[in-house]
Write a protein that binds this ligand. Structure first.
Ligand SMILES: [Zn+2]
Length: 174
């Protein structure tokens, strides 16, 4: 087929504009967070390549696609690997919380400006409180859940992926 006949498809941009070179790490993040919170048993049968939990009948890993025969299995997820996921989780949470806090600070500043200098009805404390509560909620969502989460994801995932590359290299898988 000629190059020009192809439909123009938008480039995939991944989550928050970052495409992980290791898509299975994103799939595993939630599982690893459950393991970190000890919501699932520590011992088990894990993929020898990516450390995803395997069912007894699995011949290939459902996360990284490795054949179990090729990479074997391990009984426990290495601590160093769990640490990669924990660092990602923490970075993301820090950005969400800091962003939300920043949003609340702005709402508090708006509240003060309105109460101190708001002309006429805008200076009424009820308006100020509405801005403080409603604006605080909206701004905390905007800067935390929306903007902060995206920045946190990008920073956390980049670092996790870099550390995973190091882990693979150290293991001899590069
Ligand atoms: Zn795997």
């Amino acid at each position: 087929m000629a190059e020009s006949a192809r439909p123009a498809a938008p480039e995939p941009i991944g989550i928050a504009g970052y495409v992980s070179p290791y898509p299975y790490l994103d799939l595993l993040q939630e599982k690893m967070e459950e393991r970190l919170a000890r919501k699932v048993p520590i011992k088990g049968r894990f993929c020898g390549f990516c450390y995803a939990r395997l069912r007894d009948t699995d011949a290939a890993c459902g996360f990284c696609g490795s054949a179990v025969a090729a990479h074997g299995t391990v009984e426990e997820i290495p601590q160093e690997v769990l640490r990669l996921y924990k660092a990602k989780q923490r970075t993301e949470a820090l950005w969400v919380h800091s962003g939300a806090f920043f949003g609340l600070i702005i709402a508090a500043a708006l509240f003060l400006v309105l109460v101190l200098w708001g002309p006429g009805l805008l200076g009424h404390p009820a308006v100020g409180f509405a801005v403080l509560i409603g604006g605080g909620y909206v701004l905390a969502q905007l800067f935390g859940t929306f903007i902060g989460a995206q920045i946190g994801y990008r920073k956390g995932a980049r670092r996790r992926d870099r550390d995973w590359a190091r882990w693979l290299a150290a293991r001899g898988d590069s």
